[in-house]
Design a protein around this ligand. Structure first.
Ligand SMILES: [Zn+2]
Ligand SMILES: [Zn+2]
Ligand SMILES: [Zn+2]
Length: 144
C-alpha cells in the first residue's frame, strides 16, 4: 500500500468514526499504518513525533481506543501498547480476540490476527469479561 493510499484510508477511518480529520490524528495513525500489525508504545510515538506533546498523544490514543480504531495489548512492564484494529471493530465494540506475540530479542509486539485466544472453562461463579494472551519468544525475523 502506498503512502498516499494510507493517508486516504486514515481520512476515511476518521470520518467513519465521526472524528474530524486533524493533522495530529493523521500523523499518529500514520505511524501505525506504516508498520501494520506492529504495536507501538506511547514512548515510541512520542519519539517519532518529537514535536507533539505528551498530553495530545495520550488524548488522541484514548479517542482512537474509544472509537474502535486501536486496541491495547498488556505488556509485562505495565506500559500499554497500542495496535490497529481490524474493520470489524467499532465505537465501544472491540473484537480483538487474537493472540499477541512479543519478541524478546528485538522487542517487537505483533498482532497474530489469525490466531484466536482459546476458550477457558472457568469454575462456577466466575464470569470473564476480557481475556488476553501474549506469547513471548522469538519472531519470524529473529529466527532467520
Ligand atoms: Zn478493536
Ligand atoms: Zn524479533
Ligand atoms: Zn492485536
Amino acid at each position: 500500500m502506498s503512502d498516499t493510499n494510507n493517508i486516504d484510508k486514515i481520512g476515511q477511518l476518521l470520518r467513519q468514526g465521526g472524528m474530524s480529520v486533524t493533522e495530529k490524528r493523521v500523523q499518529i495513525l500514520h505511524l501505525f499504518f506504516a508498520q501494520p500489525g506492529n504495536a507501538l508504545r506511547h514512548a515510541d510515538i512520542e519519539q517519532q513525533l518529537g514535536s507533539m506533546d505528551r498530553v495530545t498523544i495520550y488524548r488522541t490514543l484514548h479517542t482512537f481506543l474509544e472509537k474502535g480504531l486501536l486496541h491495547t495489548i498488556p505488556n509485562a512492564d505495565g506500559t500499554a501498547m497500542y495496535a490497529l484494529c481490524k474493520d470489524e471493530c467499532h465505537e465501544g465494540h472491540h473484537h480483538d480476540d487474537h493472540v499477541h506475540f512479543l519478541c524478546s530479542q528485538c522487542g517487537v509486539t505483533i498482532c497474530l490476527d489469525g490466531i484466536v485466544v482459546p476458550q477457558v472453562k472457568l469454575p462456577q461463579g466466575y464470569a470473564a469479561r476480557q481475556m488476553e494472551m501474549v506469547i513471548s519468544g522469538t519472531c519470524q525475523t529473529c529466527n532467520i
